[in-house]
Design a protein around this ligand. Structure first.
Ligand SMILES: [Zn+2]
Length: 391
């Protein structure tokens, strides 16, 4: 609905009159809808007593603490969950480190569901569970709620949502998405539905493999099925090492975490990161970093040329190694990106949130609400609150 979307996009700035101006609706229609959204716990109005002298209206904002969205993530090295409210405040979170490569999908998803229930138990009493959404490192079938393939987990054709149905209703299960797409949403939006300054970029992040997502005009570029953005499986060397996907010479097989450990002769990631930051890395590590940086620069140049983009955001293990990788990445971007002389390519590093995929999954649930708040309000009467839902 336009009214809710307009307020979420400018939290604390728009009055009813501003919403009418922005949406083209009449003042009376906007007022009636705002009344419904305030009564339904989706919007809140600032205290009129505190408004400044001469200000004609009361600013509106997303209601804090009324509804909560749960975001879950199963990845190769961790399970994670976030509970946030409509304003994007993190109310509860969990993060469990584990090696889940080759794990039993159903057993791991059952653990993820338990983690979600535990996190929800920390939500404020009376807050209603709006949505539960899952981020996974692979390609998914949104409509069927099925993970089609996640090479680094070794999972394929896994029905995900039934695991959450123990404590979430069908309405609250909003689906699943690729974890890099979810993470990219948290970069494009500092809070749910609130567009930030950076609205068009390629996000490339590493966990064990390499995930990637493209954001164009504030929207994640999904492709026909939501499968777009697999930069990790773009070929950078047809004679290179075999990738987890079965193909040869993918970016991930050269610049993924496992590849860097193997090529540098190390088995501890923290040691590799510390050594990479030292003034003179040993020749094996220096060569591995240069090769990974070149591969990343080559793959990114192809993406930027193809999509008319000029901003790259590095996350995950690529952010940890940004200083060491950037010279080789830069050299390739400077040579290969055709538009570089007219709009220089910017590379920025994102290290803020732990498990941004889980946080972005929670954002997805709120986007579902913004698309149809009237339905949520109509359904709400029959729904249990979040604390009851996990019991
Ligand atoms: Zn591959």
């Amino acid at each position: 609905m336009l009214v809710a979307q307009a307020v979420f996009a400018r939290p604390g700035e728009f009055t009813r009159a501003d919403v009418a101006g922005a949406t083209g609706m009449t003042r009376s229609t906007v007022s009636r809808l705002v009344d419904q959204l305030v009564a339904g716990g989706i919007l809140a109005e600032d205290d009129p007593a505190q408004r400044g002298r001469g200000r004609p209206g009361v600013p509106l904002r997303p209601a804090p603490g009324t509804f909560v969205a749960l975001g879950l993530e199963a990845n190769v090295g961790h399970l994670a969950s976030y509970v946030i409210d409509l304003a994007g405040r993190v109310l509860a979170r969990r993060f469990v480190t584990d090696d889940l490569a080759g794990s039993d999908a159903d057993a791991t998803l059952a653990r993820l569901a338990d983690l979600g229930a535990e996190t929800l138990a920390d939500a404020p009493a009376g807050a209603h569970l709006l949505s539960a959404h899952v981020a996974l490192p692979g390609i998914v079938d949104h409509d069927a709620g099925v993970l089609l393939r996640a090479p680094n987990l070794g999972w394929s054709q896994v029905a995900v949502l039934p695991h959450l149905a123990r404590w979430a209703s069908e309405r609250t299960l909003t689906g699943l998405d690729n974890e890099a797409d979810c993470a990219a949403l948290t970069i494009a939006q500092p809070a749910p539905g609130y567009p930030g300054d950076l609205d068009s970029f390629v996000y490339v992040s590493g966990n064990v493999g390499i995930g990637s997502s493209t954001v164009l005009g504030g929207q994640v570029l999904a492709g026909r099925h939501g499968w777009a953005g697999e930069l990790g499986h773009v070929c950078v060397d047809p004679d290179g090492p075999v990738c987890g996907c079965g193909a040869r010479g993918c970016l991930e097989a050269v610049a993924g975490r496992r590849a860097l450990l193997a090529a540098s002769g190390r088995d501890d990631w923290d040691v590799l990161v510390a050594d990479a930051a030292a003034p003179d890395p040993d020749p094996a590590l220096a060569a591995a970093l240069t090769r990974a940086g070149r591969a990343l620069g080559i793959a990114l140049s192809a993406a930027l040329n193809l999509l008319d983009l000029s901003h790259v955001v590095l996350g995950g293990h690529l952010a940890e190694l940004a200083d060491a990788l950037t010279p080789a990445v830069r050299a390739e971007l400077d040579t290969r990106v055709l538009s570089g002389p007219f709009e220089p390519v910017q590379v920025s590093v994102r290290t803020a949130a732990e498990a941004p995929g889980a946080l972005g999954a929670a954002y997805h649930g709120i986007a579902t609400l913004l698309a149809d708040p009237a339905r949520v309000l109509a359904d709400e009467a029959s729904e249990p609150d979040a604390a009851a839902a996990q019991a």
